[in-house]
Ligand binder design. Structure first.
Ligand code: NAD
Ligand code: MG
Length: 302
């Protein structure tokens, strides 16, 4: 047997490449929402590896939480597939957002970046209007921004925390999608980032898990409603991915150090490894795929 690791065609690493980051990770904590650039190791969003083949040529995409993690990987991939891309993020995340904007523009694509808090209905509305006007319409909407703050005991979960999770993970996709629909036509694609937590909620993620279950229902219900308008709606359900969400209150520090260890692949996914699902669902090639959910969990399944 050769010692050469098997390599995926679009990136330098591969699932059995021993050089891919695996637990035990260095102990690290950041204040929410955290910055990908300060993580050790830094997540791989596909900056140097994702190769596009024109699958989204001429399309216009909005990705919430596109500054880092899974959203950033989708943003880079979409731009390299030929799309103009708008990203939203929280003001504290400007440095991460700037890097992604530079990568989109390096592809010769238009980049729009809008900081703001998606828990504010007014912001959602104005942000979508601004994106649609700057991009000249909208073909792809990725509801990806999310809040995950662990809490071990229900008695310690405040109403404010519960509300913040629901506002970010359930209300914001509703507000953003409602504002986006008037700008979307036949061939449009809406994607929501759910989670494996929708199907097997962890003890310490009570509020988050049920919000992610709602995200699956979002796709299943809205897909039926929008089928006559030829707009598709799907959910992506990641398992453990190496992102700022996990080290900024998403997990206790010792659990974050072990992120992905319990999966058969023995490591968390890097954001670039889930980008192809978003590209497929966004593209016209997925014309018969709607109302579905797709996992990428590292072997454990949904
Ligand atoms: P991430 O921290 O890199 O991205 C989440 C983004 O959400 C942040 O960058 C931030 O811009 C945005 N956000 C959060 N609260 C916001 C608010 N109030 N207003 C505006 N923006 C806000 O982490 P990620 O893991 O890439 O998360 C992306 C999505 O993936 C989330 O929906 C998350 O629930 C989901 N997910 C992640 C994992 C994982 O293991 N990392 C697993 C399953 C699902
Ligand atoms: Mg971020």
């Amino acid at each position: 047997m050769s010692d050469t690791p098997i390599r995926a065609p679009f990136r330098s690493g591969a699932i059995i490449d021993p050089s891919l980051p695996a637990p035990d990770f260095p102990a690290q904590e950041q204040a929410f929402p955290g910055l990908a650039r300060k993580m050790d190791p830094r997540p791989d969003h596909g900056e140097t590896s994702y190769r596009g083949t024109g699958r989204l040529a001429g399309k216009r995409a909005l990705i919430t939480g596109g500054d880092s993690g899974i959203g950033a990987a989708a943003a880079i991939a979409f731009a390299r597939e030929g799309a103009d891309v708008a990203i939203t993020y929280l003001p504290d995340e400007q440095p991460d957002a700037d890097s992604i904007v530079a990568l989109i523009e390096a592809e010769g694509r238009k980049a729009v970046s809008i900081p703001g808090d998606l828990r504010d209905e007014g912001f959602c509305k104005e942000m979508v209007a601004s994106v649609a006007s700057q991009l000249g319409g909208l073909d792809i909407l990725v509801n990806n921004a999310g809040r995950q703050q662990f809490c071990e005991r229900l008695e310690d979960l405040s109403t404010e925390d519960f509300d913040a999770t629901m506002k970010t993970n359930i209300y914001a996709p509703f507000w953003v999608t409602r504002a986006a629909l008037p700008h979307m036509g036949p061939g449009g694609s809406i994607i929501i980032t759910s989670s494996v937590q929708a199907f097997s909620g962890s003890a310490h993620l009570f509020d988050y898990a049920q919000s992610k279950a709602a995200n699956v229902a979002f796709a299943q219900s809205l897909a039926k409603q929008l089928a006559p308008r030829a707009i598709r709606v799907n959910a992506v359900c990641p398992g453990p991915y190496w992102t700022a969400l996990q080290i900024s209150g998403g997990q206790p520090t010792d659990k974050a150090q072990e992120h992905g260890a319990s999966q058969p692949l023995g490591r968390p996914g890097q954001p670039v490894e889930i980008a192809p699902i978003y590209v497929l669902l966004a593209s016209d090639e997925a014309s018969y795929i709607t109302g579905e959910y797709f996992g990428s969990v590292g072997g454990g399944g949904l």
